[in-house]
Design a binder for this molecule. Sequence first.
Ligand code: CP
Length: 298
Amino acid sequence: MPAVESLHHLLSMKDVTNEKIHDLFSLAETIEKQQNPNKFQGRFAANLFLEPSTRTKSSFHVAERKLGMEVMELDRADSSLTKGESFYDTLKTLESIGVELAVVRQSEAGLLQKCTKGLNLSVINAGDGCGEHPTQSLLDLYTIHEHFQSFKGLHVCIAGDIKHSRVARSNALALRQLGAVVSFVSKPEWQDPAIGRDYISMDKAVKECDVLMLLRIQHERHEKKEADISYLEQYGLTKEREARMGKHSIILHPAPVNRGVEIDSDLVESPKSRIFRQMTNGVTIRMAVIEALLKGEL
Ligand code: CP
């Protein structure tokens, strides 16, 4: 079998083979046991976040610092993007001053694929609009694997604003590749056949799925603002529905959570919920991704 080519950047789950996903899980498990994973002391990372973020930005910061890296936090207001500098030139500038890793969140799907060719630093897509969010997907997969140890035949239902969700896109791709069965729950106007065609009701989902992955309504990407009244009853996870879930099943949500909209507030920290565990795993998996990229092993 030909050797799997290593990735210079992590931009899409399309580029990550099952073998690489499992290698990252092994590396993450090793990292979890390490007392002092300070491997990249004195090396520079830049986090360029042009859209709001709490989890991704702060967990990359923690991951980079735990690996011993020097971290620069940039946003649009304090970068020369405001003066018309292109994304390529911004990244080329970071490369030229010795930055080895750039973590980028911005709103244009696919932009990084166009402006990272030929760059000699590693770029991680930390969410590109409605495009992809590969490290969110990897931490979700890691959390599922932690509970079920396998993906083969697992029924994962992704519920919410599918059309505008980079998390749904990355996860649907990776989960199918790993052998899971992926279904969706969504209002008709938020369904997206490019992500998946198997739409079911929330009542069927809670009865049948092993993993229920809830998503936030992405109001910021909608042209028309709609009130959330009755969303929970029609499409969300109520306490009554949660009681009908299988004993073994778990609840995921990439967060931020709108409590009382896609999920009853009391269920966010319920026994089935892995929502805060996902965040903890986010640091570990991001450390694994950074280590693998910087060593040319991803
Ligand atoms: N899940 C996630 O990407 O959260 P943030 O937008 O807070 O980074």
